[in-house]
Design a protein around this ligand. Structure first.
Ligand SMILES: C[S@@+](CC[C@H](N)C(=O)[O-])C[C@H]1O[C@@H](n2cnc3c(N)ncnc32)[C@H](O)[C@@H]1O
Length: 276
């Protein structure tokens, strides 16, 4: 296994475990509470199958800052248990369509069950990698994603895939984690990777990556900073990998690592466009 495959295997295991055992992915919040923190409103959540809400692991509400319309085609990268696929399917209506892609059988299975329970026949779930999307070129109006791209060890491939599948003039709207100046000990932690911290890149790297793939009109707006107590919970869940990382460097206590990450990790809304 190369490094990227190793990271994807670890991330895959973490989310399959979270969704099948009823635990949070990284101990940062009680399971089932993430959807409210992510910014969905209560009425929106009440209209969804409970499984979609309980198994929501997003860091934002990407559809809230786009203008997805009836008849549009939408693709959700790393759809998890299907919360945004279901919301998008309602927005695009019977003349539109939605595709959700995820790499784990556990998530794709939950997402299909959510769509069936909600009676949504204009949406489908495909198993695959966001670095190599099982989707035709130039076939969607919108690419959405919620707290997933930070998890990819090959972001240039993801950005190139977004540019490939969008129709000319199509838009990308994603919620994701960005991080600037993380300490090396955090960057080396596989567990902090699954928690959406270690793989997060800076605003500048995100923007340059999208532009290099040919996307334009990149806008990045920060939503909220991960607090010290949230970072402490993530570091706490990372004990074993943390020790390995710190053995390679000068010893940093868990508390010191959380403090070193504080003020550097944000949830953000990112949009971009494929030129006509
Ligand atoms: C933080 S969860 C977010 C799930 C969903 N977007 C939500 O808001 O609940 C990350 C999801 O992305 C999937 N994922 C991570 N890396 C992926 C990759 N390289 N290709 C496909 N899916 C991936 C995981 O299996 C997991 O379901």
């Amino acid at each position: 296994m190369n490094d990227s495959q190793q990271i994807r295997a670890k991330v895959s295991h973490a989310y399959a475990h979270a969704v099948t055992t009823g635990t949070d992915c990284c101990g940062s919040a009680p399971k089932g509470t993430l959807a409210r923190r992510a910014g969905y409103d209560d009425a929106e959540l009440a209209a969804l199958p409970a499984e979609a809400v309980v198994n929501s692991f997003g860091c934002g509400n990407p559809l809230a800052f786009g203008e997805v319309r009836p008849g549009d085609a939408v693709l959700d990268l790393g759809c998890g248990a299907g919360i945004d696929v279901a919301l998008a399917a309602r927005k695009v209506g019977p003349t539109g369509r939605v595709i959700g892609v995820d790499m784990t059988d556990e998530m794709t299975g939950r997402a299909r069950a959510v769509l069936a329970e909600a009676g949504l026949t204009n949406a489908e779930i495909r198993k695959g990698l966001i670095e190599d999307l099982p989707v035709d070129s130039a076939c969607v109006d919108w690419v959405i994603s919620n707290c997933v791209i930070n998890l990819s060890p090959e972001k240039a491939r993801v950005f190139a895939e977004i540019a490939r599948v969008l129709k000319p003039g199509g838009r990308m709207i994603v919620s994701d984690i960005i991080a600037d100046g993380l300490p090396e000990a955090a960057r080396h932690s596989l567990s902090l990777y699954s928690c959406c911290v270690a793989g997060a890149v800076s605003e500048r790297e995100y923007r340059e990556g999208l532009e290099r793939a040919g996307l334009t009109d990149v806008v990045i707006r920060q939503r909220f900073e991960l607090s010290l107590s949230q970072l402490e919970a993530l570091v706490e869940s990372d004990q074993r990998a943390f020790r390995v990382a710190c053995d390679r460097l000068e010893a940093l206590s868990k508390g010191e690592l959380a403090v070193a990450c504080a003020g550097r990790v944000f949830s953000a809304e990112i949009s971009a466009r494929k030129p006509e």
